[in-house]
Unconditional design. Structure first.
Length: 274
C-alpha cells in the first residue's frame, strides 16, 4: 500500500518528473516537452497518491487504469512509471532511441504499467469507456482515468465517445482536460475554438470540476470529489501552462514538439533545481 504523500512531497515528486521530461527529450533530441510539463502535476498525484496500482503486478485485474489519450506527452507518463518502480529510471535516457522500448508514444505491449497504446489523437476516451464498461460488467471497483489535450478535443471521435460515457452512466470514469490553451499551431481559439469546454461536456452529461492543474491540493480534492459522484462520468478541466516550470518554455507554442539544445537544457535544469 503506497503511503499517502503530503502536498510538499508531491510537489517534490513533480519537480523530479519535470527534470526527467527534460532529460528524456534532450537525450532523444526530439519529443514533446510543452504538453508533458503541463500535465506533470496531475500525473504525479495520480501515480504517487491516487491510483491503486502495483509495480509488482502491473496487469492486476483490480488496478486502476490510466489512458494518456494525448500520447505524445509520454515523457511525463514514463517518468511517473519509472519512479514508481515499473521499470528502471536509468532507462528514461533511452527515450525514442531506435532500440528502446520507450517509444515516442506509449505501447502497452512493451512498457510495464501502460494501460493503453495511444498516439493517434482522439481515440483515448473510446478506449477508456471500454475499460469502464468492463469494470461495471465484471463488478470491479477500479476507476479509469483519461487525460485529453484541449487541442485534441477538436477530434470528432471524442464527442461520440462522450455520448457513450453518459449513456452507460460511467461514474467509474474520470476524464481530465489539460487546458493549456496551446496546440502545435497556436492557441485553441485560433486553430479550432472548442470553448466553452465546460458547457460542452456538461451538455453531454458530465459532472464538471474546475481546477488549477498545478495546485497539488486542488488536484487531490478534485479526485476525491470525483469518486463521490454517482450515475454520471466526471470531467475535470485543469487550467494549466504549457511548458510549466521552465521559464522560457512557458506559454510558448514553439515548445510543443522541440528538444532543447545543450545550453537550453542546462538552463532549464538549473531553473527547476532552484
Amino acid at each position: 500500500m503506497l503511503k499517502k504523500l503530503t502536498v510538499k512531497e508531491l510537489e517534490q515528486k513533480a519537480r523530479k518528473v519535470r527534470e526527467d521530461i527534460l532529460e528524456e527529450v534532450y537525450q532523444a533530441k526530439s519529443g514533446h516537452p510543452g504538453g508533458s510539463l503541463s500535465i506533470a502535476d496531475i500525473l504525479t498525484v495520480l501515480y504517487f497518491r491516487e491510483m491503486n496500482i502495483d509495480p509488482e503486478n502491473p496487469n492486476g485485474e483490480d488496478r486502476d487504469r490510466l489512458v494518456l489519450s494525448k500520447g505524445h506527452c509520454s515523457p511525463a507518463l514514463y517518468s511517473c512509471l519509472a519512479n514508481r518502480g515499473f521499470f528502471p529510471v536509468e532507462d528514461l535516457k533511452t527515450f525514442r532511441h531506435i532500440d528502446s522500448y520507450l517509444q515516442g508514444h506509449p505501447d502497452k505491449n512493451k512498457v510495464p504499467g501502460v494501460d493503453m497504446t495511444t498516439g493517434s489523437l482522439g481515440q483515448g476516451l473510446s478506449c477508456a469507456n471500454g475499460m469502464a464498461i468492463a469494470g461495471k460488467m465484471n463488478q470491479k471497483s477500479y476507476r479509469v482515468y483519461c487525460i485529453l489535450g484541449d487541442g485534441e478535443i477538436e477530434e470528432g471521435q471524442v464527442w461520440e465517445a462522450a455520448m457513450a460515457s453518459n449513456q452507460y452512466q460511467l461514474d467509474n470514469l474520470c476524464i481530465i482536460i489539460d487546458n493549456n490553451n496551446l496546440q502545435i499551431d497556436g492557441t485553441i481559439e485560433e486553430v479550432m475554438n472548442s470553448y466553452p469546454i465546460d458547457k460542452k461536456f456538461e451538455s453531454f452529461g458530465f459532472q464538471i470540476i474546475h481546477i488549477d492543474g498545478h495546485d497539488i491540493d486542488e488536484i487531490i480534492k478534485a479526485f476525491e470529489v470525483a469518486k463521490q459522484i454517482k450515475g454520471k462520468p466526471t470531467c475535470i478541466i485543469a487550467k494549466t501552462i504549457k511548458g510549466k516550470g521552465v521559464d522560457f518554455m512557458e506559454n510558448q507554442a514553439g515548445w510543443h514538439g522541440k528538444a532543447p539544445n545543450d545550453e537550453q537544457f542546462q538552463q532549464a535544469i538549473r531553473g527547476l533545481k532552484a
